[in-house]
Design a protein around this ligand. Structure first.
Ligand code: SF4
Ligand code: SF4
Length: 332
């Protein structure tokens, strides 16, 4: 029988041991229904999640809710929205109680005296031209000044089909700003012309992502297996989609048979009572979903299937390490 120790040498086994004790239990929270941008293709607004429930305004209610989440076993709070930095008191309520990750467009600087080591993921949707078309603004010009050299921040770079051949210039800009980068692919939820992936483009972008990881290993937080999974939508011969997705809100998950999934995962709306279907758009057709975190989690929850060959298990370890770095469970 194949076992973890029979497949790994001493170095890889040490890496495996380091992550296998982490036991990450994440949930996702809409901190607010508001944003200071309105990006074309934003899953939150395009799916009407901003209207799903009114925001809870009382800070005390947030504090009590977070305490209950902690009791429920959550050890990673992922804050999204809307734009969480519009409500820093709520962000602080999480940060004081739980390991917290805050997604942001980077236009508002998180005060490092108040949030010294909170991991911040800054969204970036391409170069100046793409950002202007999709977001109405070159956000990098502002966010790179706000977070220059910040050791607890990285860019979450959403690659669009128009970025083919251009990712290197963006990665260099981020490296020169003293920051790290993680890549994912646009799902184009609002069908903006020219921003949907063709099969050929996905083949080319996979090669480009691999090349960027080889050339900028100190800046790019990624793995080639992640590139394979996200561009092909397949893992060990199985297709990603509704039947396999690990990031479905647990109390709403009526799938039968149940796939391997994130334990106790819930995506909460900002009334602290309503739940959304999954980690991303409520209305997205799962067959078009390119959500990076859902694909990563898909690999992570399917460890057993990767105890097959040395390479398969190493692939699994690399993706787990990548996730653990992005949410600050292990150092860069
Ligand atoms: S900054 Fe984020 S939350 Fe705001 S509109 Fe853009 S994608 Fe949506
Ligand atoms: S849209 Fe994506 S993350 Fe949501 S349930 Fe479908 S596959 Fe999963």
């Amino acid at each position: 029988m194949k076992t973890v120790s029979s497949l790994l040498d001493a170095d890889w086994y040490d890496r495996y041991k380091r992550i296998s004790k982490l036991n990450i239990r994440s949930s996702i929270y809409d901190v607010t229904n508001r944003c200071n941008l309105r990006c074309k293709g934003c899953f939150f607004f395009s799916s009407g999640e901003d209207k799903a429930a009114p925001e809870e305004m009382a800070l005390g209610a947030w504090e009590r809710f977070i305490d209950k989440e902690k009791d429920r076993g959550v050890n990673l709070a992922i804050l999204i929205g809307g734009e969480p930095t519009l409500c820093l008191d709520r962000v602080e309520a999480f940060y004081k109680r739980l390991p917290t990750f805050c997604a942001t467009n980077g236009l508002i600087k998180v005060d490092r005296e108040r949030f010294p080591d909170m991991m911040v993921g800054i969204s970036l949707w391409g170069d100046e031209a793409d950002e202007t078309v999709l977001r109405g603004k070159d956000t990098f010009a502002v966010s790179s000044k706000n977070y220059y050299g910040d050791p607890h921040a990285y860019y979450l770079y959403t690659i669009t089909p128009r970025q083919l051949g251009k990712t290197e210039q963006i990665i260099r800009k981020i490296r020169d700003a003293g920051l790290k980068i993680h890549m994912q692919l646009l799902s184009n939820d609002e069908g903006v012309d020219g921003f949907s992936w063709t099969p050929d483009e996905l083949i080319v972008i996979r090669e480009e992502m691999d090349e960027m990881l080889d050339r900028y290993p100190d800046t790019v937080i990624s793995s080639k297996y992640y590139h394979e999974i996200i561009t092909t939508g397949r893992m060990l011969g199985r297709p990603f989609g509704w039947k396999e997705c690990p990031s479905v809100t647990e109390p709403l998950d009526t799938r039968n048979p149940k796939p391997k999934r994130l334990i106790h995962f819930i995506r909460w709306a900002s009334d602290l009572n309503t739940m959304h279907r999954c980690c991303t758009s409520e209305t997205r057709d799962c067959s078009t979903c390119k959500d990076g975190a859902a694909h990563m989690s898909w690999v992570m929850v399917n460890k057993r299937d990767h105890i097959r060959t040395t390479r398969d298990l190493q692939n699994w370890i690399e993706i787990y390490e990548m996730f653990a770095k992005l949410y600050q469970f292990i150092p860069w």
